[in-house]
Design a protein. Structure first.
Length: 191
């Protein structure tokens, strides 16, 4: 099973991914953790480009779209191998992030058409202002107006793609419990 946590920056994905991994392991499951961007050469370049003041320009956005797709193609073999070994794959982001953060969804879908889609997407939905209060922005995408737009994009994607939405405005423990309630029947053990 390939499970992805999605949401705007500051929604708690990294924290919840760590808690989810620990919980699944206490349930006796093997877990493979994924973070996008990865530490591959395209992933490292993405991380560098996101800090550039020109990162939000259309030209750089197209470059980032291609780099994210390349990073995911490299990641696909690792995900497939983990699944073959019976591991549950849990991911902090997937190609849905590109759809939420970048313009031109048709092009994003086209360059990601060979990417394996998660079996289950859990959207950690949080108000943009609350999300910003949780971290110090390191890139040019982390501002209230932009994050509000991205949150709206995520909610639209959730409706179209049957994401399960968790209120991430709640405390860390409550969000974790909500995720466990979603996953327990799907993994068939551990409550």
């Amino acid at each position: 099973m390939y499970v992805c946590l999605e949401g705007i920056d500051g929604s708690g994905k990294s924290t919840q991914l760590a808690m989810l991994g620990e919980w699944l392991e206490t349930c006796g499951l093997e877990v493979f953790r994924v973070f996008e961007p990865t530490e591959s050469p395209p992933g490292l370049l993405i991380r560098e480009m996101l800090t550039d003041s020109k990162a939000t320009t259309p030209h750089i956005q197209r470059i980032l779209g291609l780099l994210f797709a390349a990073d995911r193609m490299i990641l696909m073999d690792k995900i497939r191998n983990a699944e073959k070994q019976g591991q549950i794959v849990i991911s902090d982001r997937s190609f849905y992030s590109s759809l939420a953060y970048q313009d031109d969804p048709e092009w994003i879908l086209e360059i990601n058409r060979y990417i394996k889609k998660p079996d289950l997407v859990i959207l950690l939905d949080v108000d943009a202002k609350k999300a910003l209060s949780r971290f110090e922005g390191k890139d040019h995408f982390e501002n209230p107006k932009f994050l509000k737009k991205v949150r709206e994009n995520y909610l639209e994607l959730a409706q179209k793609n049957n994401f399960l939405v968790v209120n991430a405005n709640n405390g860390v423990r409550k969000v974790h419990e909500d995720i466990k309630i979603i996953l327990s029947p799907r993994i068939g053990r551990c409550v």
